[in-house]
Design a protein. Structure first.
Length: 128
């Protein structure tokens, strides 16, 4: 059986109004790597390293403009981080807005929710 067929998350896609701004944000905060792939402005996202593999994703221009700050977007995930305080600082320094301050889920870990510079809602979680 293919190990990707285990009901886990195997891919994500980030839609952006400004692809270059979104790319700079995710490179600056999480160190993700981007490879041009397919049509212009479409990137393959490499979220892991050789030591700790991550899932692959895609970054591309948003097909339909968002309508308002609370509009539903096509990307929402939680990113595991080793230091939530450092990540929170990096998120803000790279242009995101904190939507939910640090909170704790007992027995799981602590997390924040933020809107990236493209308005996508993302969580960062430091697991216990």
């Amino acid at each position: 059986m293919n190990p990707q067929n285990n009901y886990g998350v195997v891919h994500f896609a980030i839609e952006a109004d400004d692809v270059d701004r979104a790319r700079a944000f995710y490179e600056g905060v999480f160190g993700w790597r981007f490879e041009a792939w397919g049509p212009p402005g479409f990137y393959r996202v490499l979220s892991g390293t050789a030591e700790v593999p991550g899932i692959e994703g895609a970054l591309y221009a948003r097909a339909v403009p968002r309508r308002g700050d609370d509009a539903m977007v096509g990307y929402r995930c939680t990113i595991g981080v080793p230091d939530l305080d450092a990540t929170t600082a990096a998120v803000v320094a790279n242009g995101a807005t904190i939507r939910t301050e640090r909170s704790t889920i007992p027995g799981v870990g602590s997390l924040i929710e933020f809107a990236d510079p493209e308005g996508n809602i993302v969580c960062a979680m430091q697991y216990e």
